[in-house]
Design a protein around this ligand. Structure first.
Ligand code: CTP
Length: 413
């Protein structure tokens, strides 16, 4: 098999010498393409000696052979290790400034990225988005290993061991591996829109939720490979293709649908605006105005907190059962008693969910004027993560974060 081995500019480049040995010892013909930066860590002489092939990173060497076209076309497999944040960004945006990035654009066969970087860089929304883009396009991006990093820090970001990359590469070529989609095989239930609480056959108490965020989340989860169930309360936008839709109207109907759906869901996202109260009585007939009667008084009763119930149900099953990630949404305002994050953290504790996506409403003090700016709080103790942009971009960041928590943080095997 002809393999192109791209080497990125990270300290882990030295480990790639072992990976190269594994490939050559298995009888494969490997052409190494180091980035300019990587040659500060490992020189081209090492790659030439170990691969037995000439090494270059310039599109201007051997121009008569049109190397950047030939190498990509001929390769049965392209492996990039270490895939640095910079290389992932370049690949995701289709840059073609050197021989490796040109080759990636010309590759016909499977492409495997083995990332290595500091944890913050790996978890940064920009890197998450780049990884999602690459996976959506069909590239395989391995999850980095967790452990000691170059400095004093530790966490996810270590280059997977050469044997792991080797096995993954072979499985990819044999069509046995599906690394592309981070939520493949997962079922995600998402509630969206606003509930309507009837007063009589023609009137209801409702709210202004459009359902756009929930629908954007459903699209992002679907694109990440999940089986998606959308519990749709009133929405101004149509549900997306490729997801199962369960239409509900009231908070009580949503509760029933959510508890039923939770039974086989890996993730439940409560993005619906659920009415906290409903009219105590629903009139069977239209409430009439009569000149001789007093103005009606509507008595409200409290609706169950669905999010909280979902958490209790999940906790009752316990860690031995199927672990489920539960995500809540909150619209918060700061006041003289506390700032938005303090209130949101208290709500995260109260609700007991794993992640809380906080929308700062009513002021532009903390998160700027972008109304699609959110902060994702986690009970796993990681730092609050900001995400902003269009609802699609924000949803992609939220789904990435959910994938990350599922794959790295949750106790589920
Ligand atoms: N939610 C729910 N059931 C309810 C009300 C809200 O599941 N009856 C969910 C929403 O879908 C959302 C989160 O809880 O995920 C929003 O909580 P919010 O309404 O902000 O919280 P409250 O507990 O109502 O807090 P507050 O005191 O701020 O109104």
């Amino acid at each position: 098999m002809r393999i192109v081995l791209g080497v990125g500019g990270g300290i882990a480049a030295y480990k790639v010498a072992s990976l190269l040995r594994l490939f050559t010892e298995a009888g494969h013909n490997v052409t190494v393409i180091p980035t300019e930066a990587s040659t500060r860590f490992v020189g081209t002489a090492t790659w030439e000696a170990l691969s037995g092939n000439p090494v270059s990173n310039s599109v201007f060497d051997d121009v008569h052979q049109v190397n950047h076209v030939r190498l990509g076309h001929e390769a049965d497999l392209v492996v990039v290790a270490p895939a640095t944040a910079d290389l992932l960004a370049k690949a995701a945006t289709g840059q073609a400034g050197d021989l490796l990035t040109n080759t990636l654009l010309m590759a016909h066969g499977p492409v495997l990225f083995a990332p290595a970087m500091h944890t913050e860089m790996w978890q940064h929304a920009a890197t998450r988005a780049n990884v999602d883009t690459l996976r959506t396009r069909g590239a395989a991006v391995l999850e980095p290993a967790t452990g000691r990093l170059t400095g004093a820090d530790s966490g996810p970001g270590r280059l997977p061991e050469p044997e792991v990359i080797f096995e993954a590469a072979m499985a990819l070529v044999e069509g046995q591996a599906d690394y592309q989609l981070p939520l493949a095989g997962r079922t995600v239930t998402i509630s969206a829109g606003g509930t309507r609480e009837p007063l009589d056959p023609v009137r209801f108490l409702g709210n202004r939720s459009s359902g756009k965020q929930g629908v954007a989340l459903a699209v992002a989860a679907r694109n990440a490979g999940a089986t998606v169930r959308l519990l749709a309360a009133h929405m101004e936008v149509p549900p997306p293709a490729g997801v199962e839709v369960v239409a509900v109207e009231t908070a009580l109907q949503l509760r029933e649908a959510a508890l039923a759906a939770a039974a086989d869901s890996d993730v439940v996202i409560m993005s619906a605006a659920v009415a906290d109260f409903r009219p105590a009585a629903v009139s069977d007939t239209k409430i009439k105005k009569r000149d001789d009667s007093a103005d009606p008084i509507i008595t409200l009763v409290r609706n169950p907190d669905i999010l909280h119930e979902l958490v209790e149900l999940r906790n009752a099953v316990g860690p031995a059962g199927r672990y489920q990630l539960i995500v809540g949404f909150a619209a918060e305002t700061g006041d003289s008693q506390g700032d938005v994050l303090a209130y949101a953290e208290a709500k995260l504790e109260r609700k007991g969910c794993d992640l809380l996506v906080v929308n700062h409403v009513g002021s532009d003090k903390v998160f700027g004027q972008d109304t699609n700016s959110v902060v994702i709080l986690s009970r796993s103790g990681s730092e609050p993560q900001e995400a902003s942009g269009t609802k699609t971009e924000v949803s992609t960041a939220i789904i990435s974060r959910i994938s990350f928590e599922l794959n790295h943080v949750s106790p589920r095997a």
